[in-house]
Design a protein around this ligand. Structure first.
Ligand code: ATP
Length: 367
């Protein structure tokens, strides 16, 4: 009706000032975030940062100490889990060992009131979606770990939830299978249009799969954005350090003009990068420099370059990392792809070199 239009939202989930306390320990400190409909959204952070707690609050397995959670505009805080159009896929898929794959997927539907034949038809449909039709008659123990995880996924998708929560669902799988499943999950999300909220501590997994990511630590959201924003424009030390590999340098901001911050660091090294709101002239802050956006040369180039001395080169197959000692600075890392291109020179240990940076390679960080 017309009265609802004003409050209607295209967000699947709105979390507002959510606090979770266990006794006098605060696991979540006033978290606010909105998850859009049809979005692949990831909660990313180290162990203990509160991501599972937040997921369990959305599912209804955990009380909300303070704050509100809305699902498509409706307050769900007091709804019991089974009344929420939300399902969860857990890390330990917890399939029924004595039931066939088909019955494992159909069982929940019957509990929700479907007839046996309706449940079987729908189970068959979702098994096809996860490419397990040919295993419908098997028992879970006759499947590989990856196949069992797909059964768990099918079971969670069967009742057509509006939101699917995934709590580290791939962490028990080996690396190759895990990478394949990441792509599969992403496609499944796109094809079904269901909002996925995925929890992981694996930053690469988060970057690969997500439309948007909330990076969490110590019960707080440190940054929320798409993979590029999080990786290329980390807000603070925690995000820069947790996502990917980076060089963190202490710098002093000398001037800020025309959106550019001119900085200096030890050893007479100077460089310029994009200004960041809240970091003004005289500020002593950290700067993040991604190793793959830097190159080495024997002579300084036209733009900014830092002077250093090669300590060692490390070959990893795909890349060659060069460890440098900057003049009057910390250990520093530059990474180049293992390629035969002539502009990717490596330099012997002991050589004096210049580190040159691409546009946008350097980023000033708040705290
Ligand atoms: P992990 O990746 O290890 O699961 P997480 O980020 O999901 O970590 P949570 O499980 O949400 O972290 O836990 C957040 C914090 O809350 C942790 O410090 C944890 O010890 C604490 N915690 C979780 N559940 C309880 C509980 N029932 N009682 C007391 N403290 C709890």
């Amino acid at each position: 009706g017309g009265a609802r239009v004003a409050t209607e939202t295209s967000n699947a989930i709105d979390v507002q000032n959510a606090v979770k306390r266990y006794g006098d320990f605060t696991a979540l400190k006033r978290v606010s975030l909105s998850i859009r409909d049809n979005e692949f959204f990831t909660l990313l952070g180290p162990s203990g940062c509160g991501k599972t707690t937040l997921l369990r609050m959305i599912a209804g397995f955990e009380d909300v100490t303070e704050g509100a959670i809305h699902l498509f505009g409706d307050d769900i805080v007091t709804l019991p889990p089974h009344k929420r159009p939300i399902n969860t896929v857990f890390q330990n898929y917890a399939l029924f060992p004595h039931m066939t794959v088909l019955d494992n997927v159909g069982f929940g539907l019957e509990m929700l009131g479907s007839t046996k034949s309706e449940a079987r038809a729908r189970a068959g449909e979702v098994l096809e979606m996860v490419q397990l039709s040919q295993f419908a008659a098997r028992k879970p123990s006759q499947l590989s770990g990856g196949q069992q995880q797909r059964v768990a996924l099918a079971r969670a998708l069967a009742p057509r939830p509006k939101v699917l929560l995934l709590d580290e669902p791939l962490s028990a799988l080996d690396l190759k299978l895990r990478k394949a499943m990441q792509i599969e999950l992403k496609h499944l999300q796109r094809d079904t249009g269901i909002t996925f909220i995925f929890v992981t501590h694996d930053q690469e997994e988060a970057l690969t799969m997500s439309d948007r990511i909330a990076v969490m630590s110590a019960g707080e959201v440190q940054q929320l954005g798409d993979a590029r924003e999080i990786y290329d424009r980390p807000r603070n030390m925690f995000v820069a350090d947790f996502i990917g590999e980076t060089n963190l340098l202490e710098v002093t901001v000398d001037t800020v003009t025309d959106g550019q911050a001119a900085c200096h660091l030890g050893g007479g090294n100077r460089l310029t990068c994009d200004a960041v709101e809240g970091i003004g002239q005289g500020a002593k802050v950290h700067m993040s420099l991604r190793p793959e956006r830097l190159t080495l040369s024997a002579d300084p180039t036209q733009g900014d370059s830092l002077k250093g001395r090669v300590r060692e080169n490390i070959f990893s197959g795909t890349d060659i990392s060069t460890i440098l000692d900057l003049a009057d600075g910390p250990e520093f890392r530059v990474r180049a792809p293992n390629s035969s291109r002539g502009d990717r020179r490596t330099f012997d240990p002991g050589t004096e070199v210049f580190v040159n940076m691409e546009q946008g390679a350097a980023r000033l960080l708040i705290d």
